[in-house]
Design a protein around this ligand. Sequence first.
Ligand SMILES: Cc1cc2nc3c(=O)[nH]c(=O)nc-3n(C[C@H](O)[C@H](O)[C@H](O)COP(=O)(O)O)c2cc1C
Length: 164
Amino acid sequence: MQSLNPLEAAPRAMAQIQKGALLTVASGDARNVMTIGWATIGFCWRKPILMVAVRNSRHTFPLMESAADFSVSVPTGDLKEALAFCGTRSGRDVDKFQALGLKTRESRRVQSPVIDSPAIHFECRIVFKAPMDPRHLDDDLAGLYPAKDYHTLYFGEILACYES
Ligand SMILES: Cc1cc2nc3c(=O)[nH]c(=O)nc-3n(C[C@H](O)[C@H](O)[C@H](O)COP(=O)(O)O)c2cc1C
């Protein structure tokens, strides 16, 4: 495990996140993993921040609402099958960890585990969240929400960042 400065790792991480990364969240005894493609990494409130966007139609959404934290594992090896599966199948219907034989590793700083595969891992504590208000959405983007299942934006303080 090599510790990384999250803001220095951001360009490399973002290049892959656009193609897919794994968001893992645990709350109480429940946990889930889903593919994300939208995120930002930056600096706000004097902290390094990773923001993820989760539609309220996802099984992940109620878990994010009750969780204190989440992790994002950005694959550096071949996780194509897992990214496709976790991006099309819902934790409502299937335990994706079990179905894929996807192993997790205990996080250093948060309750949500990270994926035990070659990756850049971000452990994040939720410090702010904001459900999208469509009244403030640019008309050009409204077409992304035909079902009106808007995203909630979760801002996580990056407490640990490392490469496995
Ligand atoms: C490449 C890719 C990127 C995705 N990015 C996001 C995202 O950023 N936010 C989101 O809400 N859904 C995203 N999805 C869709 C979810 O991963 C998908 O709906 C998943 O089945 C939700 O799982 P869940 O119901 O277990 O939460 C993406 C899917 C793919 C394939």
